[in-house]
Design a protein. Structure first.
Length: 514
């Protein structure tokens, strides 16, 4: 064989496959340079890895690839990919990866005379919706420099509430004459990649008060020296974010200063030495004076016992393949979890005398949370108040099996053009107004052809949305759903009913929602 023939055969034996792509800004289509792209595959049982970086034109390429199943990962600091990784790809494929660029909020914290407040803490909050309840979630925090300047970066698009907190060393003993926290006058809408630099906060003299008391430990006896205290601001029963976290003095006393008038929840907790925690809580309102008698006793925790009741389960139901979990939430915080045993009994401890909402997970296939029964009476909602004294439980958690099935297909927007199909989206089902409190939001991802199926849906009236992958809109917010109402589909799901629908994919979240 000639040398030329040998070289030709060797060249033909080399892998000839390729994968190419381009990385662009989701909002403008501009190329993004310097994105690290990792290509991973398993070829003949061996792991194969290769990395590349996008150029000034946003393009990247991998050449001379052998036949195999490949996945792509991509990353760059300051950017958020719209799609989820890993992203499956095949040879001879051109892919376009879209990224959002994070935004920035900046400004200054000043005193009443315009002087900089060095060391002030600045917090960016966003509202979070869970089961129709709104709470304020801390997203990012920073400190003002010696000029009072601050900069909050790495923020996704959305509406923000800014707060400035005075440096603790400036708080005198006793009641304050300078407020510990001030908010920016209105919510701030941030778009992807935007920098808003004129958000100035002024800490003005205002009446501020304190909460004080004694924490006792009923198990150890005497003061609770290892307790930690959390103080949360409440507005109309809604948790508005964590204000402070404190320890106690040696004698169990505590004092939390710098609180404007309002309603607060004081939560004391400690570990029980077995991986759990003991808690006590009180909700108090500050009017025009400090409170000095907010005493709590940790260790008087109650235990809720109960069992799951399966109502008309299907024949041959195999419970060994499921592990039902009962969770009790105090507001948006999960206070206790308990797994049901083989007899479907459960026991949840560490409960303080508060109102809890019951949630279920790991239910048998086709099952849904139908009813909560206590003392032989059906409760109107999956909520129960733990009393300070008296009997607690047992409760019955009724699981129904006559739920509905919703299936269908997600279609791309008309602007996508011919040949386009939805390969990655989430279908979310939200109960309509005036429905049973037992109805909850349900979600399911589509398959690679845009098809989906939801089984065991509690009977009722819902609105279904098809949400694009990578959407950062808070779809649990009723206001967001109202603004995108034309993309929703109303569905009535009766008992054991099967419904098929076609949904239109909602727009991507290129801009923040008002």
């Amino acid at each position: 064989m000639t040398t030329v023939a040998c070289l030709l055969l060797a060249a033909l034996a080399e892998p000839q496959g390729w994968i190419r792509g381009r990385i662009v800004l989701a909002e403008t289509g501009e190329p993004i340079a310097g994105v690290t792209v990792d290509l991973i595959a398993k070829i003949q049982g061996d792991r194969y890895e290769q990395s590349a970086r996008s150029g000034a034109d946003g393009e990247f390429r991998f050449e001379r690839l052998a036949t195999g199943a490949y996945e792509i990962w991509a990353r760059k600091t300051g950017y958020l990919p719209m799609m989820g990784f890993p992203l499956p790809v095949t040879l001879e494929t051109n892919v376009t990866l879209r990224f959002h660029r994070y935004g920035v909020l900046s400004g200054a914290v000043k005193g009443p005379e315009g002087e900089p407040v060095a060391g002030a803490e600045v917090v960016a909050y966003r509202y979070r919706w869970v089961e129709g309840r709104r709470s304020r979630q801390r997203v990012e925090v920073t400190s003002a420099d010696d000029r009072g300047q601050y900069r909050l970066f790495g923020l996704p698009a959305g509406n923000y509430l800014l707060a400035a907190i005075a440096p603790r060393q400036e708080w005198p003993e006793g009641e304050l004459e300078r407020t510990a926290m001030v908010h920016y006058p209105s919510g701030t809408q941030l778009r992807w990649g935007q920098e808003i630099s004129d958000l100035h906060l002024v800490l003005r003299p205002q009446p501020a008060y304190s909460i004080a008391g004694v924490l006792a430990d009923s198990q150890a006896g005497g003061a609770c020296r290892t307790c930690m205290i959390r103080v949360e601001r409440m507005e109309q029963g809604v948790e508005m974010g964590l204000w402070m976290r404190y320890g106690t003095r040696a004698d169990g006393t505590y004092r939390i200063q710098g609180l404007p008038a309002g309603t607060y929840r004081v939560l004391a907790e400690k570990g029980d030495g077995a991986g759990g925690h003991l808690a006590a809580a009180r909700t108090v309102t500050i009017g025009n004076r400090s409170l000095g008698d907010v005493h709590l006793v940790v260790g008087l925790n109650r235990t809720l016992r109960g069992r799951l009741v399966l109502e008309s389960p299907p024949e041959g139901l195999d419970l060994s393949k499921t592990t039902p979990v009962v969770a009790l939430a105090d507001g948006v915080r999960t206070a206790a979890r308990a797994r049901a045993d083989s007899q479907l009994a459960f026991e949840a401890g560490g409960l303080a005398p508060l109102m809890y909402r019951l949630r279920l997970g790991g239910l048998p296939a086709g099952g849904y949370f139908r009813l909560l029964r206590w003392g032989g009476q059906d409760l109107p909602a999956p909520e129960m108040e733990v009393p300070e004294e008296g009997t607690l439980g047992p409760v019955e958690v009724v699981i129904g099996f006559d739920g509905a099935t919703l299936s269908g297909t997600v279609q791309p927007p008309e602007s996508s053009g011919r040949g386009h199909r939805v390969t990655s989206a989430t279908v979310a089902l939200y109960p309509q107004e005036n429905q049973s409190p037992y109805l909850g939001e349900r979600r399911v991802p589509t398959d690679s052809n845009g098809n989906f199926t939801l089984t065991g849906v509690a009977p009722g009236s819902y609105t279904a949305f098809a949400i694009p992958a990578g959407s950062t809109l808070d779809w649990d917010d009723p206001e967001v759903r109202r603004q995108y109402a034309r993309y929703g589909r109303a569905v009535d799901l009766g008992r054991a009913k099967q419904v098929t629908v076609e949904l239109s994919l909602a727009p991507e979240s290129e801009t923040a929602v008002q």
